[in-house]
Design a protein around this ligand. Structure first.
Ligand code: AMP
Length: 484
């Protein structure tokens, strides 16, 4: 962060400087330092910035500045001057919350609008004067159709998380909204990535845009430590409970691939005595809001979410993210772990990976140009935790040994019958299969330190025994070890 730039030196109006001061911000973040002057000049903007970079203030502050300096002759009900389009209900609510925060010392009025809730209170709210509307595209079009909303006065359009809007299939809705807007307007497009699709959308909307970028495409924050534990799929739930309990994590966001998986995992964690809730698109808005506020207040320690539901969740200083399953799309990994290590604080991202996911792991490593260290978990002994009928057997032991070899050997075809070696060299076919020979042949685990399968030390604490000694920061240092 360049400390010579201050919010005052950017020329923002006094009520905004006061709000920023109230929020405790001392200096603009890099995206703010770049975007604010550009937006204040009045030009279009194409900005590459992930959630967590301070992008919301990056567009909200100069927009508020513009509205303060150019007050409308008369404000009209249901006719906003600024339209912010976002992909999800959560992000919409959070952006509007930020607008309210930064406009608290002004007369500027904002409103939030999304689907899945009763439309009538929104219709009533639209009968009052309005400056800034933050909306998801679908409900916005409903209002426009019912003529409860007039978009002909929009002077500034913001497309926030445009990449996600395209992912979610909003392109036609966006085009429909664009047709309702006046041709002369300022356009700001924010996206975590600049795919070809985003570039072509931008070309159709933006005129001679300035480009700002704060993180290289698909890079991960240096403030986030990334780790992998290799484990069987059937052990993941017990392993996760174990790690959360033993590490004393009090605020952890866990990603699953499916809504159903999110529900099942949250239920299981609750059975294990943890406070957990699931958040995904099938839940009512009330249930999602309740889960999120419980998580933010510290009443819920574990929030289990799908990618789309978690998108845009604004949780300050989230210390811990877990990938219960790796995402199918490597870019989603970058988005997921961007939930932690925000605004200068450090975070940690742990992925539970089974043999079927090694290809995904390699794709993530190629994308982020980093290798992610495999670790072992102290005191984790799945053999002692699973029921008799799912107890580890020789086949499972072999699978774990193979996983370890694959992981160390940088292989991508786990389970294909070949094996890497512990030191990372590909073993000649004549060399004895040492790691697999660690099998004891009795169907129980040997001391081979397959990742995620470190044998329990004798006298190792039962999962609940160390509850009082938990570090509140939730750092896993004592529990998770490098696998070599
Ligand atoms: P965003 O990327 O807009 O979701 O912002 C991420 C987080 O950074 C939010 O919790 C903001 O409150 C916080 N934030 C925004 N700007 C600053 C700043 N200049 N200094 C410190 N924190 C900030």
């Amino acid at each position: 962060m360049d400390t010579s730039i201050t919010f005052a030196s950017l020329g923002l109006a006094e009520p905004l400087l006061r709000a920023v001061h109230d929020a405790g911000y001392t200096h603009p973040t890099p995206i703010q330092a770049q975007a604010i002057p550009r937006v204040m000049e009045g030009g279009d903007l194409l900005a590459a910035a992930q959630t967590g970079t301070g992008k919301t203030a990056g567009f909200t502050l100069p927009i508020l500045h513009y509205l303060i300096k150019n007050p409308a002759a008369s404000r009209q009900a249901g006719r906003p001057r600024v339209l912010v389009l976002t992909p999800t209900r959560e992000l919409t609510a959070q952006v509007e919350e930020s607008v309210r925060l930064y406009s608290q010392h002004t007369q500027i009025r904002s409103m939030v609008m999304f689907g899945g809730v009763n439309i009538n209170p929104q219709i009533a709210a639209l009968k009052k004067p309005l400056d800034i509307l933050v909306a998801t595209p679908g409900r916005l079009l409903d209002h426009a159709q019912q003529k409860t909303l007039d978009l002909s006065g929009v002077e500034i359009l913001v497309l926030d998380e445009a990449d996600r809007m395209l992912d979610m299939g909003f392109i036609h809705d966006i085009r429909r909204v664009l047709r309702l807007l006046p041709a002369k307007r300022q356009n700001l497009l924010f996206s975590a990535t600049f795919s070809d699709e985003i570039r072509s959308l931008a070309q159709g909307i933006l005129r001679n845009p300035g480009e700002v970028s704060v993180a290289r495409r698909n890079t991960t924050s240096e403030l986030v430590s990334q780790q992998v534990v290799m484990t069987e799929q059937s052990h993941k739930r017990d392993l996760l409970s174990h790690i959360i309990r033993e590490s004393g994590w009090h605020q952890v966001l866990v990603f699953t691939r499916t809504k159903h998986g999110a529900n099942r995992l949250a239920e299981k964690l609750v059975k294990d005595g943890l406070t957990a809730a699931a958040i995904h698109g099938n839940k009512s808005q009330a249930a999602r809001t309740k889960a999120l506020s419980g998580f933010k207040d510290g009443k819920v320690a574990v929030l289990v979410a799908t990618d789309i539901a978690a998108r845009g969740l604004d949780i300050d200083q989230l210390p811990q993210v877990v990938n219960f399953e790796l995402p199918n799309v490597p870019e989603d990994y970058v988005h997921r772990i961007g939930r932690t290590g925000r605004a200068g604080s450090t975070g940690s991202a742990l992925s539970l990976v089974d043999s079927s996911e090694i290809k995904l792991l390699r794709a993530i490593e190629r994308l982020t140009k980093q290798t992610i260290a495999p670790i072992t978990v102290e005191g984790w002994n799945p053999g002692a935790m699973v029921t008799a009928d799912s107890a580890p057997d020789a086949r499972e032991k072999r699978a774990l040994a193979r996983l370890e070899g694959d992981l160390r050997g940088g292989r991508q075809d786990a389970g294909a019958g070949r094996s890497g070696s512990r030191d990372g060299r590909r073993r000649p076919s004549s060399e004895p299969r040492q790691s697999q020979d660690n099998r004891r042949g009795d169907g129980r685990r040997s001391d081979a330190r397959a990742p995620g399968n470190r044998p329990a030390r004798s006298g190792s604490a039962a999962p609940t025994a160390r509850r009082d000694a938990r570090p509140q920061g939730g750092r896993p240092a004592a529990l998770l070890h490098k696998a070599d």
